[in-house]
Design a protein around this ligand. Structure first.
Ligand code: GLU
Length: 604
């Protein structure tokens, strides 16, 4: 999942062959994949010849596909541009020179410059600015001397560097897809095949899915074949039942997915403590015991994530230090190079992730795994790469999170971090009880209309700000940072989360009349320190918003939350998420799809 801390590039691919109208099935699939990136999109269908429609902007309706005839097979793509502007020419799929096939790609061809100049020399022409077209021309060049297109795709794919997944449609309706990095899954149903970046997109059509692994390709010509790309050997097809019961993509009466998902926070916390929270892999509840055993004996414990998950990783490390007395350290997926030489077989790395496909985290985990580091993951998408490569794979069972801004999954991740820390402390029951109470308190909070009204009123005020500061200490520092991420993502307003005590060392220069400062205060040993800071910013004219159980002097606005003791930080994220939501609504922004960011980042 993403925050604002790094660039995001990704997209979704979808392929279909069967008795239904391909454009309709693909369009519906793309809509379900749109959370992955949405600057432009395209669909190609095969009816003896290939017809193609490409559009800029969000996935549209069938009436935008008038140029496509009824057809039984096709592929589609929703793009998040990495190479070349957002334009119809650069949108996928891309035609081969003789229009005998089209191709769409998820990822980045890291050696595309080199490949392009070689192909240039051979006389191949390029119409777009994308790295994708290099793959198309490379396949064409391979086709000159191999027996069939499948073989040309295989050979070309082996020459690509970087994390890539491609899908190819031929004019006679065959589909070939290959994976190295970005996700690829397949579903079959009575003569129909679905290929996609995630199982959610074809959930209405199938009950089982085949996960195509890195280094594998699938080939459809009325029958599905799975191949190892390097050896060209046929592999057995292994379909897994996917838990689709939570896969309904519906706002269920809410105005936006974001508010629906915040409302599901009590549910996701209860999932952690309920029987349903089992290993993603084998349903083994003793997984927790084995994991905690490993956690205690590990030499170094790292937590890792990107964006919002990076902040969750930091809070998980906090809980491990406080309750389990384990010296855990958190790292950001995109910025860990200096640790590589330090990693070894006695270490443990914990990765919370919504999608389980975040490219920069996956890359680090792969390196760590090679060095013998044990991997634990806490992911929300069943069957994801991260879950499958983990020694300890925990599933969040939080249900689909459609809004690009993560809310319920962040809450789930930090609540899980609290829970594992309590198990390691030897106080599992107390941990469960505290989470149960927390879920009830959050439920009450969210069901009380006056809480929403107070935050809406504040959102109206804050939506006019140029900068917003957020201060917190100890258990609340990461919470203010996540509040910062949510405000930036939803409102496009500059926000700055600072450890409360550090403010006086630099950002105090920015405190002047009317500057909004949100302070999160809990009834813990740091309360007085934080209230001192309230006085310092107040003395310089700041407008102080306090999120705390009791109102304190110096607060201009008070957002009242229950004191839930050890879990207070988890309680405190809820009003911040609501604030970000109501600010985005107030500003008229696209709440569920903020500009420039995508849900999960499957390329580096
Ligand atoms: N590199 C390709 C492009 O820029 C695909 C990016 C993506 O995965 O969305 O078009």
């Amino acid at each position: 999942m993403c925050g604002i801390l790094e660039p995001k590039f990704m997209c979704g691919i979808f392929g279909y062959s069967g008795s239904k109208n391909a454009s309709e099935v693909i369009l519906e699939g793309l809509k379900r994949l749109e959370y992955r990136g949405y600057d432009s999109w395209g669909i190609a269908v095969a009816a003896n010849q290939i017809n193609l429609e490409k559009k800029i902007g969000a996935i549209g309706d069938l009436n935008q596909l008038n140029g496509l005839p009824a057809a039984k097979a096709g592929i589609g793509h929703t793009r998040w541009a990495t190479h070349g502007a957002v334009s119809e020419v650069n949108a996928h799929p891309h035609f081969s020179s003789d229009e005998s096939f089209v191709l769409a790609q998820n990822g980045i061809v890291e050696n595309y410059q080199k490949l392009k100049s070689e192909l240039d020399k051979k006389g191949y022409k390029f119409l777009s600015e994308t790295d994708t077209e290099v793959i198309v021309r490379l396949i064409e060049s391979k086709s000159q001397r191999v027996r069939d297109l499948k073989e040309a795709v295989r050979e070309a794919f082996l020459e690509l560097e970087g994390r890539n997944t491609i899908i190819v449609l031929t004019k006679d309706g065959q589909i070939i897809a290959a994976r190295n990095g970005s996700p690829l899954v397949a579903g079959l149903n009575d003569g129909e095949v679905f290929l996609s970046s995630d199982t959610l997109s074809f959930a209405p059509h199938v009950s089982e899915a085949l996960v195509v692994e890195n280094g594998q390709m699938v080939y459809w010509n009325g029958k599905l074949t799975l191949l190892d790309i390097k050896s060209d050997k046929v592999l057995p097809l292994y379909f897994q039942k996917i838990n689709f019961q939570n896969s309904k993509v519906d706002k269920e009466g809410y105005d936006h997915f974001m508010i629906k998902e915040i409302a599901e926070s009590p549910y996701v916390i209860n999932q952690i403590i309920s029987e349903a929270c089992r290993s993603a892999v084998n349903g083994d509840l003793s997984l927790y015991e084995d994991f905690v055993e490993e956690l205690k004996k590990a030499k170094d414990v790292y937590t890792i994530g990107s964006g919002t998950a990076g902040i969750a990783a930091s809070q998980i490390a906090f809980y491990l230090r406080v309750f389990a007395k384990i010296k855990a350290e958190s790292v950001i997926g995109a910025d860990i190079y200096e640790y590589f030489d330090l990693l070894g077989k006695d270490d443990l790395m914990i990765a919370p992730s919504q999608s389980g496909e975040t490219a920069d985290v996956l890359e680090v985990l792969e390196i760590a795994k090679k060095k013998g580091v044990k991997i634990a993951s806490y992911v929300n998408m069943p069957g994801s790469t991260m879950a499958r490569m983990s020694d300890f794979a925990f599933a969040a069972h939080a249900g689909p999170e459609i809004c690009v801004m993560s809310t319920k999954v962040f809450t789930s991740q930090i609540a899980w971090g609290y829970y594992i820390s309590k198990i390691a402390q030897g106080k599992a029951e107390e941990g469960k009880e505290n989470l149960r109470k927390l879920a009830d308190e959050i439920e009450d909070y969210l069901n009380t209309g006056s809480n929403h009204e107070a935050i809406k009123k504040l959102a109206k005020e804050l939506a006019r700000s140029k900068d917003i500061f957020l201060l917190g200490k100890y258990q609340n520092f990461n919470i203010t940072k996540e509040g910062m991420v949510k405000i930036i993502e939803g409102s496009y307003i500059h926000a700055h989360g600072i450890p409360a005590g550090d403010l006086k060392h630099y950002a105090i220069t920015l405190m002047e009349k009317g500057v909004p400062v949100i302070v999160v205060v809990s009834e813990d040993k740091t309360k007085d320190d934080v209230l001192n800071v309230v006085n310092q910013v107040k003395a310089r004219g700041a407008t102080v918003v306090g999120i705390s159980p009791a109102p304190y002097s110096g607060f201009d606005y008070h957002i009242s939350v229950s004191d839930t003791g050890e879990t207070s930080a988890i309680m405190n994220i809820i009003p911040l998420q609501l604030l970000a939501y109501y600010m985005a609504v107030e500003l008229g922004h696209n709440v569920d799809k903020p500009r420039n960011i995508a849900k999960s980042v499957t390329v580096k």
